[in-house]
Design a protein around this ligand. Structure first.
Ligand code: ADP
Length: 438
């Protein structure tokens, strides 16, 4: 500690006073002793002030002598800067913590021995862990041979898929990310300290969607291939030059059925894709739909399909109009009525009704056809799901009709309901809520 100007002046005054006192009293020794005592008391007081302040260095230090003040203020500034830096680091840590806790995927930091250093909320939930599991070995808490190998860094590509140890149905994907911090050394071994991050996410739904997509592509290819094979067959026959004109005309006529089938399939696929990509209709698309007129039109179409082989009755007791999309409702209702015709034997009675019910209006199609076995009921609205594939093909179905109906009704705030009994008949109906009435 360098003596300041103030120290030198103060010391000079004390010495001067001592000299004056010594000169007037002729006791120089005593005067110098008193001067030294006063100086020591002043220094002691400053030291005590600094000591007291250092026990709780929150406010400014109280030292008055420049040399002491300089030191204490420098300490005060350093402490303040450190405190601000500490607060900022703490804030950043809290933000980081809340970000990792908000992540839907489990994130765990493990040391080179595989012990958990840190983990987020998703990890706690996914692996049924508790915060006190920090410090425990991850592989002993989540028991799976492949996961253990991943933790040890023995998996090529550091990526695995494995079943959840708590539920076989759940598939998990785990990734190991090396976070080696070469510059930091382990205190015990002196070796570079290495950490890894283990990220785990639930891929059950993703896998389901992927396999659905694969099934869908396989189904579409299969459905298109059947009529295409027929077409190719006829075209090859037509290439035979020895055919007479009558046979050629007949063969061309036979091309109509498979091509119509292909067009129906492509039309249904396009409609279904459009419906699935926009679950909520826009305001511009919606207008009052005259359901009485719509039912008359679809019933006339169904009569054509039936060719007079069925007894189709219309029962319209409601005059309500529906807020919706005419084309879509037409397509959905027509699908239900044509199914009733397709899956009813000749002479079967079909009833199409539009009736007021408490809280809304009901559209229903009732038939006395082949009916649907109970175990199939929950799946008939899936794309390409048929109770009897051969029957559906023979009767001109694409396997997409009820999937279209389901999506159209969903866009109109209602849902398809089915009551059916094998060999007795089926009723397909939907209840439009009063909010959907125009
Ligand atoms: P499809 O084009 O094959 O008729 P849908 O999606 O319209 O496809 O129907 C799916 C399956 O549900 C049909 O293949 C058929 O097995 C069954 N189904 C639909 N409607 C009826 C009905 N009214 N009576 C009996 N079975 C039906």
């Amino acid at each position: 500690m360098m003596p300041s100007r103030q120290d030198i002046i103060l010391l000079s005054i004390v010495l001067l006073l001592a000299l004056l006192m010594g000169w007037s009293s002729s006791a120089f020794g005593w005067s110098l002793f008193v001067a030294a005592l006063i100086w020591s008391i002043l220094q002691y007081r400053e030291k005590t002030l600094l000591q007291r302040w250092s026990a709780k260095p929150i406010s400014r230090p109280l030292n008055v002598l420049d040399s002491w003040q300089e030191v204490s203020l420098r300490l005060y500034q350093t402490i303040r800067t450190e405190r601000t830096r500490h607060r900022r680091t703490l804030r950043q840590f809290k933000t980081f913590r809340s970000i990792t806790d908000a992540l839907p995927d489990a994130a765990l930091i493990i040391d080179n021995a595989g012990n958990i250093e840190n983990l987020n909320n998703a990890a706690l939930q996914l692996f049924h862990l508790i915060p006190a599991d920090r410090g425990n070995h991850l592989a002993s808490l989540v028991r799976d041979p492949e996961f253990s190998a991943l933790i040890r860094g023995q998996i090529d590509g550091d990526l695995i898929e494995f079943p959840s140890p708590f539920n076989e149905q759940i598939r998990l994907e785990a990734r190991r990310i090396d976070m080696s911090l070469g510059q930091v050394s382990d205190r015990d071994t002196g070796l570079p300290y290495e950490r890894s991050m283990i990220l785990v996410r639930d891929v059950t739904e993703l896998n389901r969607l992927l396999s659905m997509r694969q099934d869908f592509i396989a189904n579409v290819s299969h459905e298109l291939r059947t009529p295409l094979t027929v077409i190719v067959g006829y075209v090859e026959s037509l290439l035979n030059e020895e055919l007479d004109r009558e046979t050629i005309t007949e063969l061309i006529g036979r091309l109509l059925s498979p091509t119509t089938r292909m067009r129906a399939l492509v039309d249904d696929l396009l409609l279904l894709t459009r419906l699935e990509s926009s679950p909520i209709p826009t305001d511009d698309e919606i207008a009052p739909v005259d359901m009485r007129l719509l039912i008359d039109t679809i019933t006339a179409d169904a009569e054509v399909l039936s060719g007079g082989r069925h007894d189709i009755e219309i029962a319209q007791s409601s005059n309500e109009q529906i807020l919706g999309i005419d084309g879509e409702l037409h397509s959905a209702c027509l699908n239900l009525v044509t199914n009733a015709v397709r899956y009813s034997p000749d002479g079967g009675a079909i009833r199409v009704s539009w009736e007021d019910i408490p809280g809304g209006v009901r559209f229903a199609v009732e038939d006395h056809g082949m009916g649907i076995p109970k175990e199939h009921l929950s799946r008939i609205t899936e794309r390409f799901y048929r109770v009897d594939l051969a029957q559906s093909r023979v009767r001109g179905g694409t396997g997409l009709g009820l999937a279209i109906v389901k999506h159209v009704l969903k866009r109109h705030n209602t849902q398809l309901q089915v009551k059916s009994e094998l060999a007795v008949g089926s009723t397909f109906f939907c209840d439009f809520p009063s909010t959907q009435i125009a």
